[in-house]
Design a protein around this ligand. Structure first.
Ligand code: PAF
Length: 281
């Protein structure tokens, strides 16, 4: 992979990388298309990174439909797939980690200790190997994107982080490889995350700026769904990911909700535009 990427750089190609853990869905394919438009060489990586899963999490049952993934990447005209083994990425004696302090300990980081240390370490390694000019991430994992941006800034990386919009199913459910865990009833119930964000959106449309009121609007919708158990429903600053009392600067409404045993996340971006707030779900 290093040789190929080096050769592509020597040929003055603009390299885009889409890092994934496989189980490609339309959200991943949108990242590939975005990269295709902006770069002359697009690489995807599939690496189910053990270091970002805690012992009690879903590493062993995470979907691995490699054949279908390769077909999708071929159809998307991706130039190359980097498919390393766990031993290649973490050889015996591996002991160096990248930790983005502070940001990694809140929200997702609090519920999933060690998760972001695993993410930042593997993303750093992928960047070192592929040396991409651009790397593409989905906004659904808003905190992950923010952490990768912070790492790129702090460590003077030459890779620009491109954030792409959330891709949703027709009924609003954000695309996620974990959606495959949901049974029929849970799949219906899972739309509650999007409905909760819509409830906050309509409060904002009615002039509400108070975070507690927005949180309550989301929680009311979530609590009406018997299959949903809320991990968090917060309004946070887009830079610090700390809670804000009022929405007067760019903020995220962030949700983490268990539907049965499956933990799903979703978010809405809220941006002031004059006296109005623009929202992007
Ligand atoms: O978002 C993901 O799929 C993973 O966290 C990533 C960025 C590929 C790192 O393993």
């Amino acid at each position: 992979m290093k040789e190929k990427a080096r050769a592509a750089r020597q040929e003055q190609r603009i390299i885009g990388l889409v890092p994934t853990m496989g189980a490609m869905h339309a959200g991943h394919m949108a990242l590939m298309e975005h990269a295709r438009r902006e770069c002359s060489t697009v690489y995807a990586s599939i690496f189910l990174n053990p270091k970002q899963f805690a012992a009690n999490e879903d590493l062993s049952r995470y979907p691995r439909p490699l054949k279908e993934d390769v077909e999708k990447l071929t159809a998307a005209k991706v130039d190359g797939l980097f498919l390393p083994s766990a031993e290649e990425i973490y050889p015996l004696g591996f002991s160096t980690y990248v930790a983005v302090e502070g940001l990694s300990d809140k929200l997702e980081g609090k519920s999933r200790p060690g998760h972001f240390r695993g993410v930042s370490t593997v993303v750093m390694k992928l960047f070192q190997i592929v040396q991409p000019h651009y790397a593409y991430f989905g906004r659904k994992d808003a905190q992950q994107v923010r952490i990768v941006q912070q790492m790129a800034r702090d460590l003077n990386l030459d890779t620009e982080i491109v954030v792409c919009p959330i891709v949703r199913e027709p009924d609003g459910l954000a695309m996620s490889s974990r959606n495959t865990y949901l049974n029929g009833e849970e799949r219906k119930a899972a739309t509650v995350l999007h409905r909760a964000l819509q409830a906050a959106e309509s409060e904002i449309g009615a002039g509400v700026r108070d975070s507690l009121q927005l949180q309550n609007a989301m929680r009311k919708v979530l609590q009406a769904e018997p299959r949903a158990r809320v991990d968090y429903a917060e309004i946070v600053d887009v830079e610090t990911f700390d809670p804000v009392a009022r929405v007067s600067r760019p903020a995220y409404a962030l949700l983490a909700v268990f539907i049965g045993k499956t933990r799903l996340i979703d978010n809405m971006l809220i941006e002031p535009a004059g006296d109005e707030l623009l929202v992007e779900i």
